[in-house]
Design a protein around this ligand. Structure first.
Ligand code: FAD
Length: 273
């Protein structure tokens, strides 16, 4: 289908984007366009104006920043997949980026767009929640940092306001093992269920894709591991506190089963079991 009519503005800087967002009540940012444009073509989204930040080169980077790695919001999935700094210090982000969609999607889609879109079936938001990433947001009131635990607030909803621009995502340097287990029927599909796990303090941090309205931390698994449970026993708690959907990819019960099986595999890999 053809999108409803809209105005188009090319932002020349982050400040300019914030200003342009203020000039229309229902303006939306455009980054890689690989989530927003399909929605517009189906007329599920009908923004009156698009503010294109896709050419702001200053937001496309990966660099070390002390004990963290700073990732510009416009870094594309392909950039993350190939980045040597990420591969060395936070390999779970590179690995999961390589599992997003197909090469065309990975060459256009951005980490900022993926996070801001707030789709609970997306891969990178789960990984960012798992590693306790921080989101740097600039808006009309200035700059603020939002913890991953507070960023994803509902289905397609985040802590971003209508005039906010997500400019950077900071992830920690990891020292232990990691895994991202993604179950999908075809290689380029979204996850029916995905499990992110990173080794941490003798236990693990674990997060779930497509098991509720937002990416979720598998707190029961983490607590069981901290209490001395084996990875296999802890994995049995993976669906505790979740509310998975039933759709054409699988029923809620199937997703619960997948969550337990994939968590066992992910913990085995992350903890070297
Ligand atoms: P856009 O589509 O440009 O924007 C998405 C939303 O985020 C819009 O509301 C926009 O206003 C907002 N936004 C964008 N950037 C910012 C910013 N910096 N600050 C504030 N708001 C912003 N994703 C997966 O995780 N796994 C998959 O397997 C997968 N498969 C896909 C398969 C196909 C065929 C397609 C088309 C997409 C797939 N995706 C998948 C989604 C893909 O990862 C998107 O690229 C990504 O979700 C959105 O990034 P984008 O840069 O394209 O964002």
């Amino acid at each position: 289908m053809i999108p409803a009519p809209f105005e188009y503005e090319l932002a020349t800087s982050v400040e300019n984007a914030i200003e342009l967002l203020g000039q229309s009540e229902d303006a939306k940012l455009l980054a890689g366009g690989h989530s927003l444009l399909p929605l517009m073509r189906l007329r599920f989204a009908r923004p009156g104006a698009l503010v294109d930040i896709g050419r702001l080169a200053e937001l496309r980077y990966v660099r070390e920043d002390g004990d963290r790695i700073a990732i510009g919001a416009l870094a594309r999935h392909h950039d993350l997949e190939r980045d040597p700094i990420l591969a060395q210090h936070c390999g779970i982000v590179s690995y999961a980026a390589g599992l997003v969609g197909d090469p065309q999607v990975r060459h256009r889609g951005t980490i900022g767009g993926s996070a801001a879109h707030g789709d609970p079936a997306s891969d990178l938001p789960t990984v960012l929640l798992c590693v306790d990433a921080e989101f740097v947001v600039r808006g009309p009131e200035g700059e603020r940092t939002v913890a991953a635990a507070d960023f994803f607030t509902g289905v397609f909803e985040t802590a971003l306001g209508p005039r906010d621009v997500l400019i950077e995502i900071r992830v920690p340097k990891l020292t232990g093992g990691f895994a991202y287990e993604k179950f999908n029927r075809r290689a380029q599909d979204w996850a029916t269920v995905g499990i992110a796990a990173v080794a941490s303090n003798g236990g693990a941090k674990v997060a779930l894709t497509s098991m509720g309205a937002t990416p979720l931390r598998a707190s029961a698994v983490e607590q069981a591991l901290a209490g001395g449970a084996s990875p296999a026993d802890a994995a049995e708690k993976a669906d505790e506190g979740t509310d998975p959907p039933s759709d054409t990819n699988g029923s809620a019960d199937f997703r619960r089963h997948l969550a337990r099986v994939l968590t066992r595999r992910a913990l085995g890999q992350a903890l070297g079991g």
